[in-house]
Structure formats: C-alpha cells, structure tokens
Design a protein around this ligand. Structure first.
Ligand code: DEZ
Ligand code: MG
Length: 308
C-alpha cells in the first residue's frame, strides 16, 4: 500500500533514508514551460542536504543541452549535463553502441531537434525530423512528394519519438522506411508514453504517435530506449557507484506508473509518485502491492512545503 507524504516527519525520514533522488521531468518538475510549485526550492533543499540529484526524461523533443537551457530559463541553477538523461540521448547511444550503425549510414527521424542534436553529437547524419521541406502548412498532401517517392538509400535505421509538428507526410515517409527492403530497417522508439501531460489536460504522447506508424506498417519497435528500459538506469549507476551498490539509497520520483515507477522499481530503487502529471490518487490506490509506488504525494513541492 503506497504511503502518502503529508507531514514534516515523513519528509525528514526520506532525507535520512535516501542519498540519490532521480527525477522525471514532465508532470513532476513542470508542465510544458509551466514550472510546478516550489520545485526549485525542493531541489535546493536536497542539495543543502548533500543529496545527488539526477533528471531522467522520456521527452525526446529536447537534447541534454536544450534541457540545461530550460532549467536555467525556469530558474533551476547548478544542473550539469551529466546529471541529465533523456530518451533522445538514450536512443542515440543505443544506435551507436548497441546497434553499432556505421556512421556513414543515416537515421530517418520522426521527431524533433532533441533527437537530431543527440544523433549529430555522436557523428550521425539525420534525415526527416525538423526539416522544413516536410512542413505541410496549408499545402495539400502530394503523394508524389520527392521524399516519399525517392527514399534515401543511405538511411540505415528509423528513430521515432514525440513531435508536436506531426503531419501526414512525415507519417507516410516513416512508413515507407519501415516497409523498405522487406521491413528490414531497424525501428527504434524513444519511449512508449501514450499521453503527454499539459496544464490541466492530457495530450497525445510519443507512444501514440509511434503506434500509428507501427500499426500501419505492421511492425513493432525493435527497441524502446526510454523508461522503463534500464539502459538509462545502468548509465546512472555507472556514474554513481553508491547507487549501484545500494540501490535502496535511491528514490525515483515520477508521474507515470508504467514508465517512471517501473523504471525505479526494476532498478531496485524505492519510488514516489506525484499527482501533478498523468496519474490520479484513485488509480495509485488501486495498484496491486507489487507495482504500487512506495510513496505518493500531491506534488513535488510538498517536500519543501512540509519542511517550512
Ligand atoms: O509523450 C511523451 O514523450 C511523454 O509524455 C513525455 O514527454 C514524458 O516525459 P517525462 O515525463 O518522462 O519527462
Ligand atoms: Mg512525467
């Protein structure tokens, strides 16, 4: 049964029990560009208690460098690139280190600049993504569009993630690459989140976009690199031996049961779910014991509020 955090004593107990605090971003720290209450104050409280703070997001629209700029813009200081893990970075590392795609091969991207930047930082050339030639604003769909009829023979993999600039042309070209050469091109997904939390409502998530081309092409992704996949957890543990040796000194804080809470649980950490994103208190309370979060709270800022 999950324990709701409602008082100072519980927060002080958390501060004594955990050294590593892993944070999901969308729905925990912010909703879009709207910072949630007392997030900077809570992060500062943890830093004052000499806690290790790490950010792990499935939102592939931004690169790690982009997230550093977003943290600064929202008044969250002192964050370094090696404290930020995103599904765009995890996917680029997968293509480089696990798939071992040769650098002379290109990657077709259904997604935004976060994916393109992380792939380019590893030396890959991308096609698709934010290319303005794929914008359809007010232009009728052309089944003879050059990108649709002449696929780039140098493309060696497809990487799909969240894009807020989706259109029929981008979906159709992605589908051609997924069908190409008897469906042999590797199909990589950044994450499976079905919805995207926005202020007061749920929007279409990466998982639902990816499911569109999966359903149309009759293929499922060969790999999903974001949470709950443990690749980012393994990278975090490689950088933090204390967490690797004693995962129970770690607490994963997120807003989604099937990604954040599973990611933390599968990594051996305790978990805290906040109700500012995807999940409702009713849904948390009906979770079976083996998947219920260790704790839950109305919002992350409660950790600060109850201490002051
Ligand atoms: O649709 C998506 O990709 C996700 O909803 C979203 O971006 C998740 O980001 P996170 O909560 O992992 O920071
Ligand atoms: Mg989230």
């Amino acid at each position: 049964m999950s324990v709701k955090i409602t008082n100072k004593e519980q927060v002080q107990s958390l501060l004594g029990q955990y050294d590593y605090f892993l944070f999901d971003c969308d729905g925990v720290l912010w909703l879009g560009d709207h910072l949630l209450p007392h997030v900077p104050e809570t992060l500062n409280l943890l830093k004052e208690h000499r806690k290790t703070v790490i950010f792990v997001t499935n939102n592939s629209t931004k690169s790690r460098d982009d997230y550093l700029k977003k943290f600064q813009k929202l008044g969250i200081s002192g964050i370094t690139k090696d404290e930020v893990f995103g599904s765009s970075y995890a996917s680029a590392v997968y293509i480089d280190k696990i798939l071992k795609l040769p650098k002379e091969k290109k990657v077709w991207v259904l997604g935004e600049e976060g994916i393109e930047k992380e792939l380019k930082e590893l030396g890959y050339t991308t096609v698709g993504g934010s290319d303005p030639v794929l914008v359809q604003d007010g232009v009728a769909f052309d089944p003879e569009h050059p990108h649709l009829v002449e696929l780039d023979e140098d493309v060696g993999a497809v990487l799909a993630g969240l894009t807020l600039n989706l259109n029929y042309l981008k979906l159709s070209i992605t589908m051609q690459y997924l069908l190409k050469d008897n469906k042999s091109l590797p199909f990589i997904a950044t994450n499976i989140d079905s919805t995207f939390p926005s202020k007061g409502k749920l929007l279409i998530g990466a998982g639902s976009i990816i499911e569109t081309v999966a359903f149309a092409s009759g293929r499922q992704p060969d790999a999903v690199c974001g949470k709950p996949n443990q690749s980012m957890m393994n990278s975090i543990k490689a950088d933090n031996p204390g967490l690797r040796e004693t995962p129970k000194r770690g607490l994963m804080i997120g807003d989604r049961l099937n990604t954040d809470m599973k990611f933390g649980r599968d990594g051996g950490l305790d978990t805290l779910l906040v109700l500012t994103g995807i999940e409702t208190e009713e849904n948390v309370l009906k979770q079976p014991k083996d998947v219920a979060p260790t704790y839950y709270a109305s919002k992350l800022g409660d950790l600060y509020d109850f201490c002051n």
